[in-house]
Every structure is written in structure tokens, then in C-alpha cells.
Design a protein around this ligand. Structure first.
Ligand SMILES: [Zn+2]
Length: 536
């Protein structure tokens, strides 16, 4: 009887422990767990110690299991913001290529991110030489949305132009002149004469290679405005060569062909009207200017029928209101005269050193009246200052894309608007780095904006000024510095089609073409690396 009483007390204690466990542990709240413990009581009878241990163990296991479930959920929630949220999972072949990309990444970043930490031009030499960079050169990239042709025509092509007998240079003034009718001005000699005086073509050409491109000492101050001075100096230096109409067309054709070789079939160029001149050194009329683009596009389309070119008229804010009004008129002229490849309007210059966008509100609102198709593609937020407000104006005016938008990360409501309105984002990582907006590519805001779902595209801006051609190097840097994967790279390329300014019908055709090219590319990588499946 006494034994039975003790046993009953023990049993009551077990039940008590169980009830406490049920109350304190959210895991044991459901009936299923109650019956589980009830059956355990039956199994282990009165052995309290043994049973307590089992209860504790199960409770810990359940808590740990719940912890991992919660962890999975919170991570999935975070991933649901990422700009790849709508991309289907990778195909088996893409998985293989993704794993291959990982091995290529590890080959580059073998010692603590080293090439990313070196002085930029030193690191660039290493990165340009990698298999990873070769991969991104070949990868279809959809389109390039942000280019200034003056800074994007290949260095070799620019030097070739200086072999024309009507290109002159004043060494002391560091000034070129292109005068087809001949120039007799003190201090100016033909580049070809200078080649003879300097002893060899190579000596003079190497000098040109140096002055056409940003040099380490020109960016070493890390002061944005100080770096912009030599940067703008490159535009001023090559302006008299690139804006000679024959060179401009040749340069444009050269850039388009090179883009096609790099897997880019949509090229969008920022262009300020009224700078291209003819053999009499007379500025081309608007009609002749747009006809030049039209004939270049027709020429390219004969070779590559799918190719798309878009021109965005870009006014220079530092030239004042009359200039902005003239550029607005250029855009309206293009719309009135059926130049459909002219797709939008922009305002440019070093943002923190010139008038803000809102200073031109009146001119812009007046110009767009009666033009429902008037579209904006503003440079805005190319700044790391919180006080730079251009993004507010660009978004309020309904910009279709944003050029740079570096300081968006400082404006949380605007991030939401950009995502909601699906405003394309033209990020130029190397340009931002060279011009001093970030000192470490790994902390470029593009990395965060991708996580927040901003539809990014990658662009080169003025690659030749930064000592490279095309946009593949921007893809390579972003991949390394932002810890991207194949899915991200594919999304960047898709965005450059879906957010291009070309007509909807052409866009859908280009998207189909992109997917076809992409699948072909993935198959070719898998085929040319037969043993890749081993690394997955
Ligand atoms: Zn730009």
C-alpha cells in the first residue's frame, strides 16, 4: 500500500513536471506532444530521472528544430526582397556553371580579397588577366544603358584617328584640333609631324595613351572634386577629335561592334547636341546630327539586324538654362521628326558642384507639355552626400531609369518607390570607384540595393578613361566585390533588356534573343569544360 502510494506520488510528480513542461515549452503545447509524453510515462513507468532526461532532451531538440525553422524563414523573407526574387531556380547546366564560377572566384580572391584591395590600376591589371574576366567578356549581357561615347571609343581607335593628316596637337597647351582644310596656328603641329620629331610612332602614341586615360596620380587624392578636374579634362582633351563628324561616326560604329562582341545588343548613349562639326569646322544641324546616328544604325543593322541603339539627349547643367532649353528643343525636334532611336532626356555634370535638377523644373515642365511620350533618364544621386536631393526630383518627374543613383541607400522611402515603380538603376561601379564615391568596391551601395530588390544594371560610363573597354570588367568587379552568383549575373543582364528605352515590341524580341544566347552560352561553357559536373 505504502509502496503503491510512493509510486503514485512519483507518478503525480512526473505528471506535474510534464504539465510544467507543457506550459513553459511552446513546442509541447499541442496535443500530439501530450500523447507522446503520455506514452513515454507508460513506457518508463516510475523512473522519474530517466523520464525527466527524456523530456529535457526532447524539449531541447524541439527548440533547436524550431530555431532552425525560424532561421530558414527569416532568411527566406530576406531573400524575397532580392532583385532575383522572380527568377526561376537555375537549370542543372546553370548549376554546373555557377559552381564553376565559384572556382574562378576562388582563384582570384585567394589571399584576403587581394586584387580588390590593391591600388585600382594595379588590381585592374590582375583582374583583367583572369579566366573569370574572360568568362564575363563572353557572357551575354543584354544591353548597356549608360555610356558617354566620348569616353568609350577604344584607345587604339582614338590613336588611329590622330594618324589622319588633319589632326594637330599643341604639346604645350595639351590641345588637339581637327582641321580638314589645314591649320597654320602657332604651337600646333600635325600629330604625324610630332611622331617624326619625337623619334618614333611608339614614343608619341605611348604619350597619347597616357594623356587619354586617367592616371593613378590623378585619382590618388580620393577627393571627388579633385578627381573630377582631370576626368573632365579628358572630355576637353579629346573633344576636338571625337566630335569631328567622320570620327564620331567611326567611333560610334567601333563601339557598337565591340559591344556586340561583348554580348551586348542594346546600346544607349548619352549625347549633348550641337558639338559634332563638319570638314569646314561648322557645327552640324540637328537634322544632320540625327541623320549621322541613323546612318550608323542602318550600317550596323546590315551586319547585325537585331542590334538596337538608343540616344538620350543629355544637357550639361553647368552650361546654364539656355543650353538646357536648347537640348530640350533637340529632343523635341527628334520626336517631331520621327527619330525614334532618340528615346529620352537627361541632365548631367558633377552633381555636387553644379546646379541641382530642381533649378530646371520650369524649363522641363514647359518643354514636355503636349508630348505625352516625353521620357526622362536622369543622372541623379551620383553623390555620397545625404544633402544631395537630385533623386527626389528625378523620381518626382517620373524618370524611367536613374543614372548612378549612388546615394539612394541613404533615402529609404525612395528605395521603396524605386522598387514599387520598377525604376531601372544604371550602376557604374568602376566609374564610382575611380571618381572617389567609394573607397572600397566591397562597400559600393550596389551590393545593398540588389538585396533590397532595386532593378540594377551594370554600366561602364566612360570605360576608356578608366583604362578598359566595354562593360565586362564592371561585371567582374561586381561579381567579386558584391559576392554575386550566376543568378545575379543573369538578372543584371535581363534588367538591361527589360529596362532599356527601346520600344516594347523590340524589347520583347530582344528578351527572346537574350534567353536564346544565354542558353547557348551556358551549354558552350559546360561543353568546353567536360569535367565541370564533378565540382557541383
Ligand atoms: Zn554618366
Amino acid at each position: 500500500m505504502q509502496i503503491t502510494f510512493i509510486k503514485m506520488n512519483k507518478l503525480a510528480l512526473v505528471v506535474f513536471v510534464l504539465m510544467v513542461t507543457l506550459v513553459v515549452s511552446s513546442e509541447t503545447e499541442d496535443a500530439h506532444d501530450f500523447y507522446k509524453y503520455h506514452s513515454l510515462i507508460k513506457k518508463y513507468g516510475n523512473s522519474l530521472d530517466e523520464f525527466s532526461e527524456i523530456v529535457t532532451q526532447n524539449s531541447t531538440e524541439a527548440k533547436v528544430r524550431k530555431y532552425w525553422e525560424d532561421r530558414k524563414q527569416i532568411m527566406a523573407k530576406d531573400q524575397s526582397y532580392r532583385f532575383t526574387r522572380d527568377v526561376p531556380t537555375l537549370t542543372p547546366d546553370e548549376e554546373i556553371v555557377n559552381a564553376y564560377l565559384e572556382t574562378l572566384r576562388n582563384e582570384v580572391i585567394h589571399i584576403d580579397d587581394s586584387p580588390l584591395l590593391l591600388e585600382f590600376f594595379e588590381g585592374q591589371k590582375i583582374i583583367k588577366d583572369t579566366e573569370l574576366h574572360e568568362f564575363f567578356k563572353k557572357m551575354p549581357k543584354g544591353g548597356e544603358m549608360h555610356v558617354h561615347l566620348e569616353g568609350a571609343v577604344a584607345l587604339d581607335t582614338m590613336i588611329k584617328f590622330t594618324y589622319s593628316d588633319y589632326v594637330y596637337f599643341n604639346v604645350e597647351k595639351q590641345e588637339f584640333k581637327t582641321v580638314p582644310k589645314g591649320l597654320d596656328e602657332k604651337g600646333f603641329l600635325r600629330c604625324n609631324e610630332l611622331r617624326q620629331i619625337w623619334g618614333s610612332n611608339a614614343t608619341f602614341d605611348n604619350y597619347l595613351r597616357k594623356i587619354f586615360v586617367m592616371q593613378p596620380e590623378e585619382i590618388s587624392s580620393k577627393q571627388i572634386h579633385e578627381i573630377w578636374k582631370p576626368f573632365e579634362g579628358k572630355f576637353i582633351l579629346n573633344d576636338p577629335i571625337i566630335h569631328y563628324y567622320e570620327f564620331y561616326k567611326l567611333g560610334l560604329l567601333d563601339f557598337c561592334r565591340q559591344s556586340i562582341r561583348d554580348g551586348i545588343y542594346i546600346v544607349e548613349i548619352r549625347h549633348a547636341s550641337g558639338r559634332i562639326f563638319d570638314e569646314n569646322n561648322k557645327i552640324l544641324s540637328l537634322k544632320d546630327e540625327f541623320e549621322l546616328y541613323k546612318s550608323a544604325l542602318e550600317e550596323i543593322k546590315q551586319e547585325y539586324p537585331d542590334f538596337q541603339l538608343a540616344i538620350i539627349v543629355a544637357a550639361l547643367k553647368n552650361q546654364g538654362k539656355q543650353h538646357v532649353r536648347d537640348q530640350l528643343d533637340s529632343y523635341l525636334y527628334a520626336m517631331d521628326h520621327g527619330y525614334e532611336f532618340v528615346t529620352g532626356f537627361d541632365l548631367v555634370n558633377e552633381e555636387d558642384n553644379v546646379q541641382p535638377i530642381h533649378n530646371f523644373v520650369e524649363e522641363i515642365i514647359k518643354a514636355k507639355q503636349g508630348y505625352p511620350d516625353f521620357k526622362f533618364y536622369f543622372h541623379a544621386g551620383e553623390s555620397n552626400r545625404r544633402s544631395n536631393e537630385n533623386l527626389y526630383d528625378a523620381i518626382l518627374m517620373g524618370t524611367k531609369r536613374v543614372g548612378h543613383g549612388f546615394n539612394l541607400a541613404l533615402k529609404p522611402h525612395l528605395i521603396d518607390l524605386v522598387v514599387e515603380r520598377d525604376i531601372g538603376y544604371e550602376i557604374c561601379p568602376i566609374s564610382n570607384f575611380i571618381l572617389g564615391y567609394t573607397q572600397d568596391m566591397r562597400w559600393h551601395p550596389g551590393k545593398q540595393l540588389i538585396s533590397k530588390g532595386v532593378p540594377l544594371t551594370l554600366n561602364s560610363d566612360c570605360s576608356v578613361f578608366y583604362n578598359y573597354d566595354g562593360v565586362a570588367l564592371d561585371f567582374t568587379y561586381a561579381f567579386l566585390a558584391w559576392e554575386l552568383d550566376l543568378k545575379d549575373m543573369k538578372q543584371l543582364a535581363i534588367n538591361a533588356v527589360t529596362h532599356s528605352s527601346i520600344k516594347p515590341k523590340a524589347k520583347s524580341m530582344m528578351l527572346t534573343k537574350f534567353h536564346r544566347d544565354w542558353n547557348k552560352f551556358i551549354s558552350s561553357v559546360v561543353e568546353s569544360h567536360g569535367d565541370l559536373s564533378k565540382i557541383v
